[in-house]
Design a protein. Sequence first.
Length: 163
Amino acid sequence: MTATCQACIGLGANLGDAADTLRQAVAALAGREGIVVRAVSPFYRTPAWGREDQPDFINAVALVETSLPPRALLDLLLAVEAGFGRHRVEGERWGPRTLDLDLLLYGDAVIDEPGLRVPHPHLHERAFALVPLLDVLPDARIPAHGAARDAVSVLEMSNIQPL
């Protein structure tokens, strides 16, 4: 039997029908070898982060069980993004996107390799990721930062609206 790991994937989009894109992305993930989607948070409308001159985002988190190692899981996430028209441009950050899939947590692993950092390096400071994360994993812990509930408790959350 192949060992599995619990992972959390952040989903976001702010171009086109973002909520429908997120639903389709979850279905695309569920249809991939080595991934079982265990739970999906409610969807939230959140203001853009980093660059505010763009439409609001729709964000969610999927809790998955996977037999894929972290790099292979990230590669799969990038392939799903590309299938939804996401084209990453080197050096461009926080812009509008058709789909954004982030590997937030991979078990309790701490990974710092070129192109792969787990837990997501800004997870502890992004309420738009922590709120849906806590929906699917109420006792989530962020390695090197502690309880996700503690991290979100000091962040602004009034602008995160459930759909």
